[in-house]
Design a binder for this molecule. Sequence first.
Ligand SMILES: C[S@@+](CC[C@H](N)C(=O)[O-])C[C@H]1O[C@@H](n2cnc3c(N)ncnc32)[C@H](O)[C@@H]1O
Length: 300
Amino acid sequence: MTGALGERTVHVDSDTDRPRENPMTDTTITATDADRALKARHRTMWGLGDYPDVADRLIAELGPRLVTAAGIRPGERVLDIAAGTGNVAVPAALAGADVVASDLTPELFVAGREFAARQGVALRWEEGDAEALPYEDDSFDVATSCVGIMFAPHHQTSADELVRVVRPGGRIALISWTPEGFVGDLFKTMKPYAPPPPPGAQPPPLWGDDEHVRALLGDRVADVETTRQTVRVSAFGSPEAFRTYWKVTYGPTIVAYRNVADDAERTAALDADIAGVAQRHDRGDGSMDWEYLLLTARVV
Ligand SMILES: C[S@@+](CC[C@H](N)C(=O)[O-])C[C@H]1O[C@@H](n2cnc3c(N)ncnc32)[C@H](O)[C@@H]1O
């Protein structure tokens, strides 16, 4: 296997966004310059707003949960893919592992390094695309990703890379938002307002679908275990407060708003729809349970 993306042809079912098996009936795209442009847009998007605040205030507990689920031990070589500000990478280093935090958006490493310094741990921060990881085969004992790898657009490519860099007998542990949960609902709601994804780009929350993710990993892994869990988020007093926070803090939402900025009616509709997502998931006291799929597996 190779870590280089290079020239690649992807065959896509336009109804399901899933890769198709019969190229004769497919839309065919060649991922080269278009792919690089897409990644550049993604990098800009995740650098917008204040993602470090989202990681720190809303989902910080997911990192230690994933470290525990992965059973990370002192001395193990761990790669955290799409690590962001080190939500998993820093607790993995605290557990004594030798950690590389890899992400498409190195701008996030500034907050990550501050987080690591506060916790008194050292780890490596390295720019990398989940679809073309800059590491040799079998380089790591464990690879993790917390709501991260799911945002790389070509799911099979990033799944192949994930498996490639873990040694036989090593482990994979992932947390991915489910299509039915809060974040899946948010992305579905924003889709009509956001710039259309290029052909072949798949919806992130599919990684939270049990069948989809098992198919991506295939028979290259064993002992696959999945559970649906939730993280409780209580940071917002009202759906409107939630919307205001999201609008200025979260890159994908900022991009959706920018896309309709010159259309007051569509902006108002997006306002209403985002507040609606918060209303739908409100537990009655202003808090929400955001559902995710936790997957652990062993590489064979
Ligand atoms: C929702 S954040 C999650 C960050 C972190 N894992 C956490 O738990 O807070 C999604 C992350 O995926 C990264 N990302 C998006 N596309 C990527 C790609 N193709 N390769 C690597 N990282 C990517 C973004 O830069 C961002 O840091």
